[in-house]
Ligand binder design. Structure first.
Ligand code: NAD
Length: 309
């Protein structure tokens, strides 16, 4: 059955102004309506685009997750009703790639410390041995999908040696050496920066914990732009306290918002961005373009891009 309307769930407002998103969907040939949790009436002629999952979504004809990480969505429920579920991977290479580049440059050139000092009106001379250039350093990118490749492109452009971890050993542009996930220890061993860019799955949960931090150089930085649970946060705090690694750039956390009581806030060598890796003032355009593309594929009976269930 062809789709007759697109329902945009109000949860998208967490990331993108809902009106901007709806305006950007102006090429869609069906009406677009906002739905909240009070009107859970959907049938197979409805499409849904949502940031968060709801149990009643699998009654629709097609559901699109407005995030790359669809780990909160119950794929089994979609498989049992046969409702296709698609996600928003493919559009975060530049946004999250730039965020990772910023973390690396900030740590290397000590920008986070200068800003802290500026807040105190302090003209500050860092210890001579601290500043370095990212050029010539090695970054290990774990997960070479859209985000991992985006990171690799920026890092290569900044003169870094990029190595990576992926399940297939196929070459990836900008990446000099590929390790398999079984050789994670070897891959992270010599890197100055280790970047987590994998989805949250049973295999990646707790992928970075005590043993990995011990394997890393003591002057290395961990950057997590994937999902909080990919890193054992408790082990990370211990590693930072004991100077097992130098610091961390964190966009994602086990609990979001990061609670005020978290010890992570207090480390000078931790930079926290509040899960804003993908957010820019044109994110609504990127999301809308993807929704329109998959909508057309659905209507014409073609395979759906980014189908995950
Ligand atoms: P993607 O699907 O394009 O890439 C993920 C890659 O990880 C794939 O190549 C996959 O094969 C690989 N992978 C999966 N398991 C692996 C493992 N055990 N070892 C090595 N590689 C493995 O997705 P993406 O757009 O690059 O996003 C990646 C993840 O980042 C998302 O799932 C999401 O959780 C997170 N994300 C965060 C933000 C943010 O704002 N910080 C934004 C978008 C996505």
């Amino acid at each position: 059955e062809p789709l007759e309307r697109l329902c945009v769930h109000e949860s998208i407002d967490e990331k993108v102004p809902i009106d901007s998103f709806i305006d950007a969907l102006n090429d869609l040939p069906v009406p677009v309506e906002v739905i909240g949790d009070d009107d859970p009436e959907l049938d197979e002629t409805d499409a849904v685009a949502s940031y968060r999952p709801r149990e009643w979504f699998p009654d629709a004809g097609w559901v699109h997750c407005l995030r790359a990480g669809y780990d909160e969505f119950d794929t089994d429920a979609y498989e049992s009703t046969g409702t296709p579920l698609t996600n928003s991977t493919g559009i975060h290479g530049t946004t999250v790639g730039e965020l990772v580049a910023s973390y690396m440059l900030m740590f290397a050139r000590r920008m986070h410390v200068y800003r802290d000092q500026q807040n105190q009106r302090q003209w500050y001379d860092p210890p001579y041995e601290q500043p370095f250039t990212v050029a010539g350093e090695t970054v290990c990118v774990v997960g070479l999908g859209t985000i991992g490749r985006g990171v690799a492109e920026y890092a290569d452009g900044m003169g870094m040696d990029v190595i990576g971890v992926r399940r297939s050993d196929e070459d990836v542009r900008h990446v000099s050496t590929i390790y398999s996930p079984a050789d994670l220890d070897e891959a992270i061993d010599e890197a100055r920066f280790v970047v987590a860019a994998v989805p949250k799955t049973p295999e990646t949960e707790g992928m970075f914990s005590t043993a990995e931090f011990e394997q890393m150089r003591d002057d290395a930085y961990l950057i997590n732009v994937a999902r909080g649970p990919v890193v054992d946060q408790h082990a990370l705090v211990d590693a930072l306290e004991d100077d097992v690694i130098a610091g961390a750039g964190l966009d994602v956390f086990e609990t979001e918002p990061l609670p005020e009581s978290s010890p992570l806030w207090d480390f000078e060598e931790v930079i926290i961005s509040p899960h804003e890796g993908s957010t820019t003032n044109r994110y609504h355009h990127d999301l809308a373009e993807l929704v329109e593309e998959i909508f057309d594929q659905y209507q014409s009976g073609n395979p759906l891009r980014n189908r995950v269930a």
